[in-house]
Write a protein that binds this ligand. Structure first.
Ligand code: NDP
Length: 244
């Protein structure tokens, strides 16, 4: 992977799990990474680690549920690096529960972060990419964008939406803006920590025994990002071999 030089990649949800692993992976390949999340102390550590290894990283607090904040994040990247080549819409939450539980606040949080967060990223960066004449969105969906399981109705609904929005953007883009969906199966991260429903949490603990390392998803993202401009990787689905 050698096309990284000069390219600027914005990564949401870079403070843990897949986002963090992706930042490390892309920075090692020469990309200039701009890290966003709410926990800035973690971003500061990660940026320091990347710079210590010879890479280039900047970070800024970002709440993807706030459209203005996302715009400011893109502005920040432009100020620091003069260009925005790739936006990785990776931030996500997954407080699983059955619909019977009626946990409206958790449903709304998933909608706000997983769907609105992606739309805010598109709204903030698409005009700039159009003006530049090139750009690339990598939207992290899930195998939950393809199949629904009990206790994951709302989460899967948000990921179906990410898939649909990405596909619509790809069809509208006319080739100047590429769109890749990366859909992970179960992967080591902090994603399951926010599950408040005891039954859903127990089910997830069992499922996570075969979790992939986050670096496996970072590799898939790096593959999509590193393709030449005429190649648009539409979707990569990565599951643990032990799951069906
Ligand atoms: P983590 O919980 O480890 O990471 C989630 C990241 O999202 C954190 O960095 C968190 O940062 C960030 N985030 C959450 N809310 C916001 C917000 N409002 N604004 C900005 N950032 C936010 O989980 P993963 O690494 O697993 O998740 C990454 C993506 O991968 C998600 O979209 C998830 O749905 C998807 N995925 C994960 C799978 C898995 O098994 N791990 C499987 C399929 C898909 P902070 O709290 O600091 O803001």
């Amino acid at each position: 992977m050698s096309d990284g030089t000069e390219k600027t990649v914005l990564i949401t949800g870079a403070s843990s799990g897949i986002g963090q692993a992706t930042a490390v992976r892309l920075a090692a390949a020469g990309y200039r990474v701009v890290l966003g999340a709410r926990r800035t102390e973690r971003l500061a550590e990660l940026a320091e680690q990347i710079r210590g290894a010879g890479g280039s990283a900047e970070y800024r607090a970002l709440d993807v549920t706030d459209a203005e904040d996302f715009r400011a994040f893109v502005e920040f990247a432009l100020e620091r690096y003069d260009r925005v080549d790739v936006v990785i819409n990776n931030a996500g939450v997954m407080p699983l529960s059955t619909l019977d539980a009626g946990l409206l606040d958790e449903w709304n949080r998933m909608i706000d972060v997983n769907i609105r967060g992606v739309l805010h990223g598109i709204a903030a960066a698409l005009p700039l990419m159009r003006a530049q004449g090139h750009g690339h969105f990598v939207n992290v969906a899930s195998i939950g964008a393809h199949e629904v399981v009990p206790s994951a109705a709302v989460y899967c609904g948000t990921k179906y939406a990410v898939w649909a929005i990405s596909e619509g953007l790809r069809q509208e883009s006319g080739g100047d803006v590429r769109v890749s969906v990366v859909s992970p199966g179960v992967t080591e991260s902090e994603l399951a920590d926010s599950i408040s429903d005891p039954e859903a949490a127990a089910g997830m603990r069992e499922y996570r025994k075969v979790a992939l390392p986050a670096s496996a998803i970072a590799d898939a993202i790096a593959y999509a990002v590193s393709q030449p401009s005429e190649v648009d990787v539409n979707e990569i689905v990565v599951r643990p071999a032990a799951t069906r």
